[in-house]
Design a binder for this molecule. Structure first.
Ligand SMILES: Cc1ncc(COP(=O)(O)O)c(C=O)c1O
Length: 403
């Protein structure tokens, strides 16, 4: 095959396919001038909650704001501890800090790359005691308030176990499903229903992406839903009646109209991501030096298709693929446990060797839904070509050594 140019991510084909429909939708917002609040927001929130089979969906300005809103509304207080994953985008921990809490990083499972529930229990057993039904960290005296798992790359964390732990120790759960809209747990329950509150991002490259920033919280609890609605709108109960602190985090009408239209395509876009993932997994199955993604907790929606490289120089591989026209990326080059400002309290520092290793060995291949099978096969072919050359080189250098 001749060299092709395949970007790591590309929205242009999706835009050409949806342009007419979406332009019409955008025009209808402009015609009605429902820029903030109003019917487009209401319609999207209703349809999004129906899609997820959850009682309440509250849209907002971004996934980051959804996390901030969730943490504040659930009642997280200064110096409280939240157990979370080091292997994630910064927002899943930075908002804990924004409310003056402490993120304690629990290492990840080496197959799903989600938080390792056994390690949550080990940390609790070693570090904490129950006092009046509150879980207290012995060394600092800080209360452990909740667990914030992230459904990394599009696969649900192990919520069966997480819920068991949360119940046992009286902890809340905030599910960061910013990367996993449309995924299901092993019992077929949609992401959006596993936490007291779930957070979603509609960043343009997400599986459900807006044409700018956007996000949402979902919950089955009517009291939390009401608080979230107030919180995103300056703590406003009704007209000029402000009853508590809030922020301005409203989704725009234009974004809501776009998201509502794209929601209709979400299942087919997610299915296409799964098809591409299965081509990769079939074509790359026999390479010894890589670990392919594993589908363990229900239906994965492949926000990213990431492979773990064993004993392969990642930068060389990326630059060889790039010279053949294939874009790749690294999620994430640094664990959150290694970011100084997130780890200010030395008594709460933890070891996360699985995550540390993964940050040095993970590689993401293109998985946007509009890729053709031919392009995916091209990526596989070039990947194998580069890896085989590297193996030959390795064998050569070993035999030279033997001589
Ligand atoms: C796991 C995770 N959490 C939170 C966020 C934040 O979402 P946003 O970019 O919409 O603020 C993202 C987005 O990249 C994410 O991937």
């Amino acid at each position: 095959m001749n060299n092709k140019k395949i970007n790591f991510f590309d929205l242009s084909r999706q835009w050409s396919e949806t342009k007419n429909n979406l332009t019409e939708k955008i025009n209808s917002v402009l015609d009605s001038q429902s820029y903030i609040g109003g019917k487009f927001i209401e319609t999207f929130e209703t349809n999004f909650s129906k899609y997820l089979n959850v009682k309440h969906a509250i849209s907002c300005n971004s996934g980051t704001d959804a996390l901030l809103m969730a943490l504040d509304v659930i009642g997280m207080k200064k110096n409280e501890i939240v157990l979370t994953t080091p292997f994630s985008f910064i927002a899943s921990s930075s908002e804990i800090l924004a409310l003056e809490g402490h993120a304690v990083f629990i290492d990840i499972d080496d197959k799903t790359y989600n938080i390792d529930t056994n390690k949550i229990e080990i940390w609790i057993n070693n570090e904490c005691e129950l006092k009046n039904n509150n879980l207290i960290h012995k060394n600092t005296g800080y209360r452990v308030a909740g667990i914030l798992p992230v459904d990394i790359f599009g696969q649900c964390a192990d919520y069966k176990k997480i819920k068991e732990i949360a119940q046992k120790y009286n902890l809340w759960i905030i599910q960061d499903s910013c990367q996993a809209v449309g995924s299901l747990d092993e019992d077929g329950i949609m992401a959006g229903n596993h936490g007291d509150i779930t957070c979603f991002s509609f960043y343009p490259t997400k599986n459900l992406g807006a044409f700018g920033d956007g996000g949402a919280c979902t919950t089955n609890d009517p009291i939390l839903a009401e608080k979230l609605l107030r919180y995103r709108n300056h703590g406003r109960k009704n007209h000029y009646n402000y009853i508590e602190h809030g922020i301005n985090s409203r989704l725009d009408g234009i974004q809501a109209a776009i998201l509502d239209e794209k929601l209709k395509l979400l299942n087919s876009l997610n299915d296409r991501r799964c098809e591409i993932a299965s081509i990769y997994s079939k074509e790359l199955a026999n390479i010894n030096f890589i670990q392919l993604p594993k589908e363990i907790n229900g239906k994965h929606v492949y926000h990213q298709y990431c492979i773990k490289l064993n004993n392969i120089n990642r930068e060389e591989l990326m630059s060889s693929l790039s010279s053949m026209g294939v874009g790749t990326n690294i999620y994430y080059p640094k664990g959150l446990n290694l970011i100084d400002f997130l780890n200010k309290e030395p008594r709460l520092k933890t070891e996360c060797p699985i995550s540390d290793n993964l940050t040095q060995t993970i590689l993401a291949l293109p998985i946007w839904p509009e890729l053709t099978n031919e392009e995916v096969l091209y990526i596989c072919e070039k990947f194998k070509e580069v890896i085989n050359n590297k193996i030959d080189l390795k064998i050569e250098s070993v035999s030279q050594l033997n001589i």
